[in-house]
Design a protein around this ligand. Structure first.
Ligand SMILES: Nc1ncnc2c1ncn2[C@@H]1O[C@H](COP(=O)(O)OP(=O)(O)OP(=O)(O)O)[C@@H](O)[C@H]1O
Ligand SMILES: [Mg+2]
Length: 331
């Protein structure tokens, strides 16, 4: 059984301007010890999915309309808030995009980590929590002699390391990292990604990495889910997504990926605008922008497994499902 198993998750924001259909029937699995990249353009529903897992959708205007989120054998959508509070930061930690707002400016960095350790380890002494906090700092590459400094004395990259130390402080089973490096400059970004990869290998923590950057995914992830208009368009291993790219949207994402080995003007960004989530097309959400769009795309494409472990939601692959019988009998 997967550590995280999301089934048909649907989340809307009911606003004055209409119903924002942010997440529309997502299925996702994350195995223990694995890292999964959730990739897509702005507004695709990535953060909403993450907040949904953690039970943090702001309500109103947000509402989980349906689905199941199984984590460690428990449906998080049916878990009482009190228990969710223990799960957040205990079994599941979250690293957000902006390191500037996630740290408390008036507390020493070591104390902020120790506080997290105390919160999630009943009976641990303050002294032991401090020791553990120092170990965590060292693990993320911050020397002990800087432990008693305040966040404003740290660079952006170092702050993000502290946040990762806080996220790891209670030995979570899973970390959700939402664009953890986008606020950092490119060199620092590479260092932090390197560190995340090293820590994961050492600790075996499962990772859900949210990003719009396929380069980041290639660095750290085992599996990739491509999300568009709140639906998973393509899912598979790195090999599937990078070498056997199937969905026109995934191809488009690669076309718009800046590559150092290519001339800049050979970049071909995806034409058109991201869909209006209050007014999504009836069929494929990518249809209006898709270079291979046909009339067939005006109905919802099925989510087909086209080779073992490689799933695609696209009419071009409508007849290529290898596993429909098996899938139906499972359900
Ligand atoms: N609190 C909210 N109220 C209303 N609409 C919201 C709210 N939060 C998000 N949305 C809308 O839901 C959709 C999905 O947003 P979400 O933040 O999940 O996207 P994302 O993939 O994380 O994008 P980004 O890459 O910009 O972070 C967007 O259309 C967004 O405007
Ligand atoms: Mg987001």
């Amino acid at each position: 059984m997967a550590l995280l198993d999301i089934k048909n998750l649907t989340i809307y924001y009911e606003t004055e301007d209409g119903v924002v259909k942010a997440v529309n029937g997502i299925d996702l699995q994350l195995e223990k010890g694995e890292s999964l990249g959730l990739v897509g353009e702005t507004g695709a529903g990535k953060t909403t999915t993450a907040l949904g897992i953690l039970g943090l959708i702001p309500n109103p205007p947000g509402k989980v309309k349906g689905g199941e989120i199984w984590f460690d054998g428990q449906d998080l959508l049916k878990t009482p808030e009190k228990e969710m509070r223990a799960i957040r930061g205990g079994k599941i930690s979250m690293v957000f995009q902006d390191p500037m707002t996630a740290l408390n400016p008036v507390h020493k960095v070591v104390d902020q980590i120790a506080e997290m350790v105390l919160l999630h380890n009943e009976g641990i002494s303050k002294a032991d929590a401090q020791v553990r906090a120092l170990q965590m700092l060292e693990m993320v590459g911050i020397p002990a002699d800087r432990a008693n400094e305040y966040p404003h004395q740290f660079s952006g990259g170092m702050k993000q390391r502290v946040i990762i130390a806080i996220a790891l402080a209670c030995n979570p089973e899973m970390i959700i990292a939402d664009e953890p490096t986008t606020a950092l400059d490119v060199t620092i970004q590479a260092q932090v990604l390197d560190m995340i990869r090293g820590l994961r290998e050492r600790l075996g923590t499962s990772l859900l990495m949210i990003t719009h950057d396929l380069g980041v995914v290639a660095e750290i992830c085992d599996k990739v889910a491509v999300i568009y208009g709140g639906e998973i368009m393509e899912y598979g291993t790195l090999e599937h997504i990078y070498n056997e790219t199937a969905h026109p949207y995934t191809k488009g994402l690669f076309g718009s990926l800046p590559r150092l080995d290519l001339d800049v003007d050979r970049l071909t960004p995806i034409q058109g605008l991201t869909p209006d989530p209050t007014n999504l097309p009836a069929g494929c959400p990518f249809g209006p922008r898709c270079p291979q769009h046909t009339e067939a795309c005006d109905v919802k494409p099925p989510y087909n497994e086209i080779s073992p472990g490689h799933f695609v939601r696209c009419m071009l692959f409508n007849d290529q499902a290898i596993n429909t019988a098996g899938k139906e009998s499972e359900e």
